[in-house]
Every structure is written in C-alpha cells, then in structure tokens.
Design a protein. Structure first.
Length: 402
C-alpha cells in the first residue's frame, strides 16, 4: 500500500520548526506495510493544502496529514479536506462536551474559535487526544493529525490499529528487529548478507543512536521463516547482539540488575552524568540505582571516590589506574567509572582526544576497557555511554544464566 505524507505549516519551510513527525510516522507505517511514496511540505494556505491533497490522491492509496488542526486563523487543514471531499464540517456533541471539560479542568476560558479544534468532515471517524485538545480523524482515505509531536504519537497508533482492522485487511505484517553494537555497518552486512536470500522477506540496516538495527519484515504467515533466519544471524554475530525489537541497553541492564538483586552506582568524568541519566530513564530504576557521581575534577575524584593523589600524579586522570580506583570507590554491587578526553582540546600524542577508560565492577570482578573513539565531543561522550552499558549488559547476562 502506498501513502503520501502532507506536513502543513509555513514554519516547517521557514526553518522555525524542525520536522520530527515524518520520521516517527515512517517508522510506524513501515510496521503495517504502508510505504511512503511522497512527502510534501506546504504553507498554511488553502490553495497549497488542497493542491497537495489532490496530488496525493492521484498517486497513492492513503493520505496522512500533520498540522493545521488548531483554533487559529492559519489552521486550515480541516477546511481544505472538507473542500476537497465536498463535505461540510460538523461538530460532534460528545466531542464538544469533552473539549469543554478539558478547558474547564485547565482553568482556561473556552472561546468560540476553539470549536475549530473538534470540527471534522461529515462521516469522519475520530481518534481521542489524551494529551491535547484536537482529536485526529479519518475520512475517505485521508487521515489528519495535530502537528504537536506528543499529540501525534498519542493518536497515531490508535489510528493504525483501527485502520488495520477496518480498512486495510489481509495478512498482517511481521517485523523482527535485531539490535547490534560494536560492529561497523559494512562488516555487519558482510557477516549476514548470505542469509538474506529468501523471497517475500525484506531486509534493511538502520543506524540508530543506540547501535545498528537489522530489520527483517514480511507477512505474518512467514513468521517462522523469519525466526529461522534470526537464529542464523545469532549464530554468526551473537556477541554483537544485545537485544531485539523495543529492548534498549539501559533497559536490559536495569532488568538484569533486578533479577540478580544487585545495586548500581556510577562515577563519571568526561560523560558528566550521561550514564546515570540513561539508567534512570528506565521505569523502576530506583529499585537498583543508588547514586551517580560526576567527579569531573581531580579533586572530586580524590575526595568523592578515594582516588589517591599518587595515582593521578603518576598516571594521570585519564588512565587505567585512575578508572580502576574510581570504580573501586563506588560502594554498590555494580559500578561503572568513566574517565577520558572528549575534546576538542586536551589531547596529546600519548593521550589523544577520544581516549576513554571505562571501569566496570561486578561484585569482586573488575574490568577495564581502553577505548579510542572517533568523532566530535558529543559523539565521544555518547559512544562512551553506549560502550559502558554494552559491556556491562554482557557481564550481567552471563550472571543471570548461571
């Protein structure tokens, strides 16, 4: 099935707002086997919006629109859809009552122009907005959503589920994502491409901020075939696979710490608390996460983690010895320490920018990793976080299996 995305908003063309909605929608549509054929960005004018709808209707099966559903004079998407479909805009009494309640609960006066937020073409199906005002709707192969990302993300899954059940019937899509870390994309392809030969199964490599994702996509009737290919991939590059589908390194670490009844703390220098932040993003992290220390200066390393002055004077703050003493200074079952040179300044021939030492302690076992990361300051810091969590996740998985 082919679709057209239409993003409505002059601000998207002027650079005042960055489009993130289409990235999210593309990922979700892919799961349902709906391919985006065109993406069109238009100004807030009736003529431009109708023109985009006309183009999409001629070329594809489904039009998905984002933006222009609000109460102000430049919110014209509904009017454009109504004109294109030759349908009048109506207001559902129940939806009006719910909107009035939202305004009352927020202590905001309900104005006449707020009625625009619940207008929809006659015959349209609405999707409740749990985090904002304007509901989304679908009418005759056109779906329209607010442009606010969190509101779109609240309603888009509801729409896709409804659309799958009521409009796009047939063999559902089956997707298996295999998550990898620590292997370059070209090497990854070389290692597994010989498995990608079966007809009816699509394959792709997606570079994400948490690693490289191998996606296998087919019909649900081919699920067993996909799973057999997955087993072959595990046998080939299992040491670089850390999870599947919606799993993430931080989630895996927290869940395994819970299973082992271990506590964890962090002592960070160049990463400045990023590891701790990543861990506490996981719901329920408070059961295992005790504290995160940012010991950026030498004085902080000495005073907060007990690193000796002699070690720092002899080996330097960025060294295996300092990383070891930092992680020994953490008093939980599991500890992570990071010290490095994120740049762009501070590097030497002996210790260049990108040199990072990661200390991991699990009970009495200590592991020190010397890494030389490439990239700018942000990339070096983020790679340090990912590598720390990846190495810890491997250790914890072994402990869980024992």
């Amino acid at each position: 099935m082919k679709s057209t995305l239409i993003l409505v908003g002059t601000e998207l063309l002027s650079g005042a707002t960055v489009d993130t909605n289409s990235i999210y929608m593309a990922e979700e549509l892919n799961k349902y086997g709906i391919e985006i054929e065109y993406k069109i960005v238009v100004r807030d004018t009736i003529e431009d919006i109708i023109g985009a709808i006309e183009y999409g209707a001629k070329k594809t099966d489904l039009i998905i629109m984002s933006g222009g559903l609000g109460p102000t004079m430049d919110d014209l998407t509904k009017e454009a859809i109504g004109r294109f479909l030759n349908k009048k805009l109506i207001v559902d009494k129940a939806e009006l009552e719910e909107l009035r309640k939202k305004f009352k609960n927020l202590g905001i006066e309900f104005l006449e122009n707020n009625l625009k937020e619940i207008e929809k073409p006659e015959g349209a199906v609405s999707f409740k907005n749990d985090v904002g005002m304007a509901p989304a709707f679908y009418c005759e192969n056109i779906a329209a959503f607010p442009g606010v990302p969190r509101e779109l993300k609240n309603m888009f899954p509801k729409f896709l589920k409804w659309y799958e059940e009521n409009i796009k019937k047939g063999d559902p899509i089956y997707i298996k994502d295999i998550l990898t870390y620590g292997i370059p994309e070209s090497h990854l392809e070389k290692a597994v491409k010989n498995y990608f030969i079966e007809p009816g199964i699509d394959y792709e490599f997606l570079v994400k901020d948490y690693g490289i994702l191998i996606r296998l996509q087919s019909k649900m009737s081919n699920k067993n075939r996909v799973e057999k290919i997955k087993e072959k991939i595990y046998n080939s590059i299992g040491s670089n696979i850390f999870g599947e589908d919606k799993e993430r390194l931080e989630t895996i670490v927290i869940e395994n710490l819970k299973k082992l009844n271990y506590t964890i703390s962090t002592g960070e220098s160049c990463t400045g608390g990023l590891i701790a932040s990543k861990l506490v993003e996981v719901p329920g992290a408070s059961k295992v996460f005790i504290e995160g220390l940012v010991t950026y200066s030498n004085e902080a390393k000495i005073e907060r983690l007990g690193v000796s002055k002699e070690i720092i004077n002899k080996y330097g703050a960025v060294s295996e010895e300092t990383a070891r003493e930092m992680v020994l200074g953490l008093k939980t079952d599991v500890g992570i320490s990071v010290t490095g040179i994120a740049g762009p300044e501070g590097g030497t021939e002996e210790k260049p920018v990108g040199l990072v030492y990661i200390g991991i302690r699990v009970k009495d076992d200590i592991y020190i990793h010397r890494m030389l990361f490439k990239g700018d300051r942000e990339k070096i810091r983020n790679k340090s976080v990912l590598h720390s969590l990846f190495e810890l996740s491997k250790i914890l998985k072994k402990d869980v299996k024992q």
